[in-house]
Design a protein around this ligand. Structure first.
Ligand SMILES: Cc1cc2nc3c(=O)[nH]c(=O)nc-3n(C[C@H](O)[C@H](O)[C@H](O)COP(=O)(O)OP(=O)(O)OC[C@H]3O[C@@H](n4cnc5c(N)ncnc54)[C@H](O)[C@@H]3O)c2cc1C
Length: 303
């Protein structure tokens, strides 16, 4: 669809916006148009307009678990990090908008003496992305603390253009996944948690400990975090290292010598090279060790 038409439909969106600016990997071609809505209402309105005009919609949270291909994303891309960022805490109940950064939520709840989301300090994405991925770290997982999520189900996506409060048990949580993987049109708007009273100073110290662990254990270069999911009873980092792949480089992309499940971008890396390195790792690991690695990172857009 022509930019002029998209601009008319979504006047506050940025046209032809390079998405590498919005992804942790610093990779990704342009969005035809990128919208950072001011609130849930604007988001729903834009999605409705897109649906009525046959414009495809893609949601980005913090862009920390996506590989956006070099051709970019057609239609409307909506970025929620920095857009929907309200947090309400009442007693042990917490309601966080989809764009709230997970580490910020960990800090906010710990400061109020509420225990349960400290693990989120290691996860750089948003609340919405964490629901989508059932994100977890340090032995904790989103599904263990989340009560519900408000999900917008546009018409024609197994929903009737409504916001539905979905209970934890209806969200199909599994290791690094949820029912949202099977429902590409659904959008998480906010999430509710019930936490446990704790000691604020102890919780802050726990967060500090987790952060320290992260700073020593993972590379300090752009990446998507873990490239592959954990196979049963093993770690992709250990397996990729055992296959002799640490330090393997294609273009500006390298299998980190520090942690082999992190594929780091040395600057100006492309999705094409990232995919080549991913394929090489999968093939080599399968040939040498008989293990089928499965991608954790979500691939979006066009080559
Ligand atoms: C350095 C680093 C360390 C990491 N460490 C961890 C870790 O310890 N544990 C872990 O689990 N993950 C980790 N990750 C991966 C990532 O942070 C998580 O998967 C995170 O939950 C992704 O959230 P996001 O907002 O960035 O989602 P994005 O990357 O923007 O999107 C991921 C997927 O979710 C969808 N999505 C995002 N928001 C919504 C929404 N509101 N509604 C519907 N769909 C949505 C997108 O369409 C996309 O398919 C790490 C990443 C990095 C870069």
């Amino acid at each position: 669809m022509h930019y002029g038409i998209l601009h008319e439909l979504f006047p506050s969106a940025k046209a032809n916006e390079p998405l590498k600016r919005y992804t942790a990997w610093k990779i990704g071609g342009p969005a035809d148009v990128l919208l950072e809505p001011r609130g849930a209402e604007e988001l729903i309105e834009a999605v409705e307009t897109a649906r009525e005009n046959g414009v495809p919609v893609t949601i980005l949270g913090g862009g920390t678990n996506v590989l956006v291909l070099d051709g970019g994303i057609r239609g409307l891309t909506i970025r929620l990090a920095r857009s929907l960022t309200n947090v309400e805490i009442e007693g042990t109940g917490v309601v966080a908008d989809a764009g709230v950064l997970y580490p910020a939520l960990a800090n906010a709840t710990a400061a109020k003496g509420l225990e349960g989301i400290e693990f989120a300090t290691g996860i750089p994405g948003t609340v919405g992305g964490a629901v989508y991925m059932n994100a977890g770290a340090y032995g904790g997982e989103t599904r263990e603390v989340l009560d519900w999520a408000d999900v917008y189900k546009p018409e024609g996506t197994d929903g009737g253009g409504e916001v539905v409060r979905m209970a934890n048990t209806d969200l199909g949580f599994r290791y690094r996944g949820s029912v949202l993987h099977e429902r590409p049109g659904w959008i998480v708007l906010r999430a509710g948690y019930t936490l446990v009273p704790g000691d604020a100073e102890e919780l802050k110290a726990r967060i500090k400990g987790f952060r320290k662990q992260r700073m020593t254990g993972s590379p300090n270069k752009p990446s998507c975090g873990s490239t592959f999911k954990r196979p049963e009873n093993d770690y992709p980092g250990r397996i990729i290292e055992a296959a002799g792949l640490k330090g393997t480089r294609i273009g500006q992309l390298e299998i980190s010598p520090e942690h082999a499940n992190y594929f780091v971008n040395h600057g100006g890396g492309t999705a094409r090279d990232a995919l080549k390195l991913i394929e090489l790792a999968k093939e080599t690991v399968c040939e040498k060790l008989g293990v089928e690695l499965e991608l954790e990172v979500r691939v979006l857009g066009e080559p």
